[in-house]
Design a protein around this ligand. Structure first.
Ligand code: ADP
Ligand code: MG
Length: 406
């Protein structure tokens, strides 16, 4: 479980210093919504923002240097904001559930003495007694520091008061995140939960071309980032609960125009192929013959219907390849799919006013470049009159299109 209440990113490419929602230093700001849409002209840092999540995920799965080199990032020297006078910093404020207090994770990455990127520091702290004070329960600088065991406790940095069992830590490798090493131990309960939360974040770059490829038969519980295992996910859902899968398919077929029925068909090798019945045609079509838009919508609705959904789903430009009239329904369905509370959070980047039309001002974050060339971010409610105009019935995407903001 868990959801992000706020974020701060410093010195990550064009994101020299952006802050959204509720952070440690800005406790009075409203937490991020369950649906967060990032908009802005090309080159303002939307993909870089999505890549922050991917970068952190790469740091969890490999090491800092490999993460800096992967995914066309070009290594630390190209990735850090040009002219930056200090290291890259990330702050994630998150909450595990309604009964827990917010936790802030701060991570600093910078060059070592021979310019290899490594973890400079990591810290986890948690508000206590309704944010009266804050206890640090993990602090590592150059791989050395301490962690507190259990689900509560830590030390108050201002008074030095400490509660709970403190363990001195020294890591052997500062290219790896301490939360990965310590999060594997159950006794560091909060680190373990936070690590699980971060690991369940999913970035979706769905590519219809990949979804058309014939796959092996292995059932897969989750869609991968390009959606090439769409049929495997269908196979998994069918195997685990055929009745529920039939319900999901019938719900999805209503959302996809001109599709009258989607049916799973089991091949002799046990692979599932999906038959798409289309208005006017007697025989079904298979996914290799379906349009990009149909496959995309199908993948998004499968994503929304995942069993044990991933906690945080990030979709880059869902509008690509989709007819504009489907976008407002898609936005509404995505917003509804997060439900209430802590089951799921969705981040999207978008260029589409049609998508934005379906959202509320507090869900929209606008990236722009300031005169130094770096990105700044503002919530749509920070613009004069936007909230008032929406309350009077104006659509947010239309206001954006008419340059009332952004
Ligand atoms: N290290 C860096 N320092 C500053 N700006 C950078 C750095 N690396 C890339 N950029 C800038 O980031 C921008 C690309 O951002 P991107 O996230 O792809 O934008 P968008 O997705 O909104 O189109 C380019 O304008 C590029 O100049
Ligand atoms: Mg982009």
């Amino acid at each position: 479980m868990g959801k992000i209440l706020g974020l701060r990113v410093q010195n990550y490419g064009p994101l020299k210093d952006i802050k959204m929602g509720h952070t440690h230093a800005d406790k009075n700001s409203k937490p991020l919504d369950d649906l967060v849409a990032i908009i802005g002209p090309s080159g303002t840092g939307k993909s870089s923002f999505a890549d922050v999540f991917d970068f952190i995920s790469d740091c969890l799965n490999s090491n800092i240097e490999t993460a800096c080199d992967s995914n066309n990032r070009g290594g630390y020297s190209q990735l850090v904001s040009q002219g930056a006078s200090c290291d890259m910093q990330f702050e994630i404020c998150y909450r595990e559930n309604n009964n827990s207090q917010p936790i802030t994770y701060e991570l600093t990455i910078g060059p070592d003495n021979i310019n290899r990127p490594c973890v400079i520091s990591e810290r986890l702290r948690q508000s206590v007694d309704n944010r009266e004070y804050v206890l640090t329960f993990l602090s590592l600088v150059d791989g050395k520091g301490f962690a507190y065991i259990g689900n509560e406790g830590g030390q108050d940095d201002e008074t030095g008061n400490a509660v709970g069992e403190k363990i001195e830590i020294e890591l052997s490798d500062t290219k790896k995140l301490g939360i990965v090493t310590l999060g594997e131990f159950k006794q560091y309960e909060r680190i373990n939960k936070f690590l699980r939360f971060l690991k369940s974040c999913f970035l979706c770059y769905f590519s219809p071309a990949s979804a058309r490829q014939v796959q092996t038969t292995a059932p897969a519980p989750y869609l991968n980032r390009i959606g090439s295992n769409l049929n495997n996910v269908a196979q998994y859902m069918y195997r685990e609960n055929p009745k529920k899968f039939a319900e999901v398919l019938s719900e999805i077929q209503d959302k996809i125009p001109n599709i009258t029925r989607i049916a799973p068909k089991e091949m002799p090798n046990k692979q599932i192929v999906l038959e798409f019945y289309q208005k006017g045609f007697e025989k079904p079509f298979y996914s290799n013959r379906m349009s990009d838009g149909t496959l995309k919508l199908f993948a998004y609705y499968m994503l929304m219907n995942e069993n044990n959904p991933r906690q945080l789903v990030f979709i880059e430009e869902p509008e690509n390849g989709l007819y504009h009239q489907y976008l407002s329904d898609l936005a509404i369905d995505l917003a509804n799919s997060v439900g209430t509370g802590f089951s799921k959070q969705i981040f999207v980047t978008t260029h589409s006013p049609f998508f934005v039309n379906a959202l509320r001002p507090d869900q929209i974050w606008v990236l722009e470049k300031d005169k130094t060339g770096f990105s700044v971010i503002k919530n749509a409610t920070d613009y004069d009159f936007v909230k008032e105009m929406v309350e009077e019935g104006a659509y947010l995407g239309d206001l954006w299109n008419s340059k009332f903001f952004g």
